[in-house]
Design a protein around this ligand. Structure first.
Ligand SMILES: [Zn+2]
Length: 82
């Protein structure tokens, strides 16, 4: 048994290839065509409005959040907490 990489998502459902290819925590990174857009909400954080959109992957069932925060380049894609 090798204990190589520690991937925090490895316990969850394995992601399909397009989902694995999504660049996380980078604002403006593209999703993939099999993501179905779900609800979105807006939140005021100080001076900026942060929009979070939920996406659901048709292929592997992954639930993503895309956070658009103009003040934070490290916003963007993240897997939704279960
Ligand atoms: Zn997927």
């Amino acid at each position: 048994m090798h204990t190589s990489t520690t991937d925090p998502t490895s316990e969850a459902t394995p992601l399909c290839e397009p989902c694995q290819g999504i660049q996380r925590h980078w604002r403006g990174a593209p999703g993939h065509p099999e993501l179905q857009q779900g609800k979105h909400r807006k939140e005021q954080q100080g001076k900026v409005t942060v929009t979070t959109t939920g996406y659901f992957c048709d292929r592997c069932g992954a639930h993503w959040h895309y956070t658009n925060n103009k003040a934070d380049q490290r916003s963007g894609w993240s897997l939704a907490p279960k």
